[in-house]
Write a protein that binds this ligand. Sequence first.
Ligand code: SAM
Length: 230
Amino acid sequence: MSYSVTPIGFVRSCFKEKFAIPRQPQLAPAARGVLELVAPFDQAEAVQGLEQVSHVWLLFIFHQALEDKPRLKVRPPRLGGNQSLGVFATRSTHRPNGIGQSVVRLDKVEPGRLWLSGIDLLDGTPVLDIKPYVPYADCLAGAHNGIAEQAPAPITVDWSTTALAEAQAHGERLGEPLVALIEQCLAQDPRPAYQQPEPARRYGARLWDVDVRWHYPETGRITVLEVTPA
Ligand code: SAM
């Protein structure tokens, strides 16, 4: 038996590539985007009442991680990439049907558009459904997860003087909290855990329309080197 699904909209996101996107929503509150709904869901009726809701669940397609062959085991980056687990014990992007789910903040609603923050979604992500977050049912005080009990401890992010000035100027131009976005994303340490960061090695990622470059002067510490137009 097979079912077909059709996106109800697409996310325009600050994240233009997969690298440096936080591994879950809410880790970077400054990560913003707009969910643009497509017809017929771009009508006011479809979002009526949603202004009473602070957060929504998004069900979406990992459109840049789709695979033909199902995997039974995956290697989550959180475990250093060298330990494998059953796919259903993880939130890996490599999964049957390629479906992701994220709870994100709903900052503003208008017909055809939802303004979101705290996202972990790549630009262009196709969204299959939106559901309001229901605190009494979705927030479970006694829940535990022995694999990912806590958010990973953030690492320290320092700035070169020029990079900070560049980020502030681009943030003003974009009308976005770019300094906070860079700090929040890099504090998650985007580098794969198996890679030893040599101080000479530079890393980079695109946020909005700028390229951010950084290095690790020592383990557990990042310095942002430059923020330049993409
Ligand atoms: N919160 C979701 C979940 O649990 O289903 C996503 C978790 S997944 C571990 C998060 C990662 O998915 C991000 O770090 C990013 O690299 C990747 N990602 C986000 N949007 C994607 C997309 N449209 N296609 C492929 N990968 C994507």
